[in-house]
Write a protein of this length. Structure first.
Length: 319
């Protein structure tokens, strides 16, 4: 295999694009692992190992065997997440993929055309890039679906953690300035033409003055429906990016247009906003951020373990 250009290696690793150079035809003798109904080739493994090697801090060394083991674990994790996303009917539109490619290019101060020309020099065509971006987005969305929606931390948990740290003489996390958003929403979980038309009608009724509470109780498929769609207070970073962006664009009392996330279609009502800027609240925000991150890591590891335990994984010895 020819040497991989360092720019391409760093670029691909930055967005976890391990299969960008994978061949569409995968000879049996080049298969290094089978993950359910997918295979991982030696070429994919070598690419990721090269990426990881190029990202090692100067002076740090690692054996080829250990590097390939880590690279293979990364590829297996990616496959498990992508397959789980597809089983959960998480869908992406061409617009989603186009937006991700545009962001990817702009972060590197390029146009999309320049990006495609650049990676073409390394043997990666546009179709391969789109496929790999799609897989990366699917992996991200299933992680968010399984983790972010379940990682809220209560005020009581924050207070208990602060009290324990003080009793044990441990330093508290750095204080953080944040805002809290009191939010209601209506959720329709499917993503089809009927659902899209219905969510548009619900949004129009809500924005025209119909009772949001009643609409939520009638239509929402979320557990908050019986409470009029009330999600309580949400802080920065506690929900998935499309929901958070829509929530933050509203003024108190305003209602959003339909918003699509991996959970389905939402209509969001912002009830109130409050600043958590007192010294006490900033300290609580700092602790909350730590607890949320810890909870997300536990949820993700448990989810990955579940996927791994339920999967058929066969690893073939490397030459």
């Amino acid at each position: 295999m020819k040497k991989i250009h360092s720019w391409l290696a760093a670029t691909m690793l930055a967005v976890v694009l391990p299969s960008a150079m994978a061949l569409d035809i995968k000879p049996v003798d080049n298969i290094v692992a089978v993950v359910n109904d997918d295979v991982i080739t030696r070429r994919e493994l070598d690419l990721v190992a090269a990426q990881m090697r190029s990202q090692l801090p100067k002076g740090q060394n690692i054996s080829n065997a250990d590097l390939h083991e880590q690279a293979l674990a990364q590829l297996i994790r990616k496959d498990l997440l992508v397959q789980a996303a597809r089983r959960s009917n998480i869908r992406l539109t061409n617009a989603d993929v186009n937006e991700a490619i545009e962001l990817f290019a702009s972060q590197r101060h390029m146009t999309v055309k320049e990006l495609i020309q650049r990676i073409a020099k390394e043997g990666v065509n546009e179709d391969q890039l789109r496929r790999t971006i799609t897989e990366n987005l699917l992996a991200q969305k299933i992680e968010q679906s399984e983790v972010m929606g379940k990682s809220q931390v209560s005020d009581a948990e924050v207070d208990d953690a602060i009290a324990r740290a003080q009793q044990e003489g441990r330093p508290l996390p750095p204080p953080v300035t944040a805002y809290s958003y009191h939010v209601q929403h209506i959720l329709l979980k499917n993503d089809n033409d009927i659902t899209r038309k219905l969510i548009e009608q619900i949004a129009q009724q809500a924005r025209s003055g119909a009772s949001f509470d009643q609409l939520a109780r009638q239509y929402s498929q979320d557990g908050s429906a019986q409470n009029g769609g009330d999600l309580g207070w949400i802080i920065d970073g506690e929900t998935v990016p499309p929901f958070e962006a829509a929530m933050k664009s509203l003024q108190p009392g305003q209602i959003s247009m339909p918003v699509r996330t991996q959970f389905g279609w939402h209509v969001i009502r912002l009830v109130a906003v409050r600043s958590n800027d007192s010294p006490q609240e900033r300290q609580r925000n700092g602790m909350r951020a730590v607890l949320v991150q810890e909870k997300r890591e536990i949820l993700l590891q448990n989810f990955l373990k579940q996927l791994h335990d339920q999967a058929y994984i066969s690893i073939r010895p490397l030459d």
